[in-house]
Design a protein around this ligand. Structure first.
Ligand code: NAD
Length: 339
């Protein structure tokens, strides 16, 4: 039984408490939040849990083996660092930190101390995303040409990070996973329509190896809640809609063929669209947050490296976010990401 301390019990933290309590081999025994009202709410939901306003109490408690950091993004690095220094395994919500160097420092600390450090890239545990990966890896789509992601809604708003840092870690971690690579260069644009100092809307374009372009649109100022990804291959195309419970994946047997005939007006060839069936494959259901928590707990129990979402993967995402942010600051000029 792995005993967990949860740090940050706002909107998301209680989900972690619920899940760690549901698993056979873990238990959330203590939680921390600066806000007494939140702690009162947590005690009413989970009467057995110990609560504190000071997360350092969790770090000092010898019964706590691992911590789950679900506090605001700008606290992730400091809290994760102290937790590792206190000898605790760490599961940290996305993004792992706000600077690539911080991710490397955490990685180094965890490796030297022999502790598990995992980041909450929850979509790599999503059955729909795993299905996309299956189709890409099997070659069914042919050569992947480009992809795009939309993650929009009206709110929820954040006050510590902008919409890019809040939402795009999901899509960047998904694309890095699907393409088994990191972007080579990025560009972005964004705007602060709501009058704060933070961008509410951002568009990021990531260039992956083999000329694969992936575009990401994130916004908390949009009429529709959308969670979608489209991937275009030269044989087939596929779309994922996380909000479509009946069939989150649609495989389109569509592609374009070039005829060998010579058309003077079109140049040397003509493009013909080929349209076949649309398939809705079965996608198993499991709560990604639960699968992710189970994986973390097993890594702790078995002293197994969390390959699916380790500190290096957290670093890759943070490095790409920093590069997109830099591009936004430079009016959209491309920023190269060095190996
Ligand atoms: N994986 C996902 O799908 C997903 C979804 C939502 C949020 N998140 C992540 O979870 C984290 C929290 O998000 P949220 O929506 O719950 O935010 P939130 O603002 O609702 O809650 C954060 C809580 O942390 C508390 N807090 C702040 N500083 C603290 C400290 N030093 N010690 C203890 N508690 C502290 C605040 O009082 C607040 O209650 C963020 O990093 C976010 O990116 C992930």
């Amino acid at each position: 039984m792995v005993s967990i301390g949860i740090i940050g019990c706002g909107h998301w933290g209680p989900n972690h408490i619920r899940i760690f309590n549901q698993l056979q081999n873990s238990q959330a025994i203590m939680c921390a939040d600066l806000d007494q009202d939140r702690l009162g709410k947590i005690r009413s939901l989970f009467p057995q849990i110990k609560t504190t306003a000071n997360y350092k109490d969790i770090l000092k408690d010898p019964d706590v083996q691992a911590v789950c950091v679900a506090s605001p993004t700008n606290t992730h690095f400091q809290i994760s660092k102290e937790a590792l220094q206190a000898g605790k395994h760490v599961f940290c919500e996305k993004p792992l930190a706000m600077r690539p160097e911080e991710c490397l420092e955490l990685k180094d600390l965890s490796e030297k101390a022999g502790l598990i450090l995992m980041v909450g890239h929850v979509f790599v545990f999503n059955q729909g995303i795993l299905k996309l990966k299956e189709y890409i890896d099997s070659g069914e789509l042919g050569t992947v040409q480009y992809a795009h992601a939309i993650r929009t809604n009206l709110g929820p708003f954040r006050y510590d990070v902008n919409a890019l840092w809040d939402l795009a870690p999901h899509d960047i971690s998904i694309f890095n996973f699907l393409f088994n690579a990191c972007p080579l260069s990025v560009s972005g644009c964004g705007q602060k329509y709501l009058g704060s100092t933070l961008e509410d809307v951002a568009f990021a374009t990531l260039e992956y190896p083999n000329k694969v372009i992936a575009n990401i649109h994130v916004s908390w100022l949009d009429p529709k809640k959308v969670r979608q990804i489209t991937i275009v291959g030269d044989k087939k195309m596929i779309a994922w809609d996380d909000l479509d419970n009946l069939g989150p994946i649609k495989l389109y047997d569509k592609h374009v063929e070039r005829t060998s005939r010579f058309y003077e007006s079109y140049g040397e060839f003509q493009l013909l669209s080929k349209e076949g069936d649309i398939t809705i494959p079965q996608v198993g259901f499991s709560e990604p947050l639960k699968t992710q928590a189970q994986y973390f707990v097993e890594c702790v129990e078995q002293k197994r490296h969390p390959d699916c979402a380790d500190a290096k993967k957290g670093f890759d995402v943070v490095r790409a976010l920093c590069a997109v942010q830099e591009s936004i600051g430079r009016g959209g000029s491309p920023v190269t990401i060095k190996g």
